[in-house]
Design a protein around this ligand. Structure first.
Ligand SMILES: Cc1ncc(COP(=O)(O)O)c(C=O)c1O
Length: 384
């Protein structure tokens, strides 16, 4: 069947290489899937109960594009308390996921020919969106040393020119588990101020840290009028990946425009899910509990992988991924396909995170200790 031409940028989309590995084997019997970025737990019980109640109570209609007032207030109060700053509800837009928050932020600021500078390897969706908007993607590799990944500020700044609209940092980072230091964030913010560049911070893993209660963010150092956008989501900290709920913190001067962009993208997040989001923000004990579980899983993952002869890795500082290099592996996509076939464990190929990720594999360790140990028993014959 012939179809009319699409936008060339749409026809050229490659799609996720994790999907490419998983597409034929997701239903495979006995599979241990550690390829996607989500934990094995479902949302806190109180959140589920609130969603049921909200449907029964009739929260089934459109909300304001930028979100229900009570959720914007709850998010503003949550961010203010978490960071010890004051964020007003006018600076918050509720979104249908962190993913859509990123897409709409890019729609807000990127014109064809503009460029956005990313520290990579990186979860691909933000990068691909800039390309899809006919913007230019500039990739600055994180450095890998004995003690882990780090940001090369000189290279980051050298990648910027007068068509640079934003520097985008995802810290804690997917897939590397890297975390920017407060000094690095301050330096980037200062540079952005001087050069008139947006500082975008993807903070979706901010609560998955193993030392302290939250990761640093641009928000810690920015004033309310600074050109800073913080992207966030209920997916990771509250185990709500399928609920599709996130938020943006931006200067109050742009949230009206963002609301217009939300209007034609999604017309606002699902009303009863927003009610549940208010309850999620009260579940501090849950956030701490899952973080404790992930800390234990990180130890298991690090210990088991370090003992495998072909594997090289550093201990992830944050988030819930082990991102490890495999000696002798030249094609991570083909190798991950082989791992699914031979070990029945689903892993994400490093190339899914850009060319800098080739040679690596990402394993999401947000699962039970038993399942994780079983996965490593199966992987050992291939990686020892
Ligand atoms: C770095 C990063 N940002 C944003 C997201 C988006 O999360 P969601 O769309 O589920 O809110 C993800 C999901 O994996 C991620 O890894």
């Amino acid at each position: 069947m012939s179809v009319l031409p699409l936008r060339p940028k749409s026809s050229a989309l490659l799609g996720s290489l994790i999907r490419e590995v998983s597409k034929d084997s997701m239903e495979q019997k006995g599979l241990i899937p550690l390829w996607f970025g989500e934990g094995h737990r479902s949302a806190p019980e109180a959140v589920v109960a609130e969603a049921h109640k909200a449907i029964d109570q009739g929260y089934q209609f459109y909300s304001a594009s930028s979100g229900r007032a009570e959720l914007r207030e709850a998010i503003a109060a949550y961010v203010s308390k978490l960071r010890g700053i004051h964020v007003s509800p006018e600076r918050i837009c509720v979104t249908t996921s962190g993913n859509s928050a990123i897409q709409m932020t890019m729609q807000l600021i990127v014109d064809p020919g503009d460029n956005v500078v990313f520290a990579v390897p990186l979860w691909p969706n933000a990068v691909d969106m800039v390309d899809h908007l006919n913007g230019e993607v500039r990739r600055v590799p994180l450095k890998l040393g004995e003690r882990g990944w780090s940001l090369d500020l000189d290279r980051l700044f050298a990648a910027c020119d007068n068509r640079t609209k934003a520097i985008f940092l995802n810290s804690p980072g997917n897939p590397t588990g890297w975390m920017a230091t407060p000094d690095e964030l301050k330096a980037v913010l200062e540079f952005c101020r001087k050069r008139g560049i947006w500082a975008i911070s993807d903070d979706v893993y901010e609560r998955i840290v193993y030392d302290g209660d939250r990761a640093p963010s641009f928000l810690d150092f920015a004033g309310p009028e600074d050109a800073v956008v913080s992207i966030n989501s209920f997916s990771k900290g509250w185990c709500m990946t399928g609920w599709r709920l996130g938020w943006i913190v931006a200067p109050a001067a742009v949230t009206d425009t963002l609301a217009k962009i939300i209007e034609f993208n999604t017309s606002g997040a699902t009303s009863f899910v927003q009610r549940a989001g208010v309850v999620a923000l009260q579940q501090e004990a849950f956030v701490r509990q899952i973080r404790g579980e992930y800390a234990q899983a990180r130890d298991i993952a690090f210990q088991r992988l370090s003992a495998m002869g072909r594997v090289r890795l550093t201990r992830p500082e944050a988030a819930f991924y082990a991102f490890f290099a495999v000696d002798g592996m030249t094609d991570s996509v083909e190798y991950c396909k082989r791992i699914v076939r031979e070990a029945n464990v689903g892993l994400a190929p490093g190339r899914a995170f850009g060319p800098e990720g080739e040679g690596f594999i990402r394993l999401c360790f947000a699962t039970s200790p038993d399942r994780l140990s079983e996965a490593f028993d199966r992987l050992e014959p291939m990686l020892r």
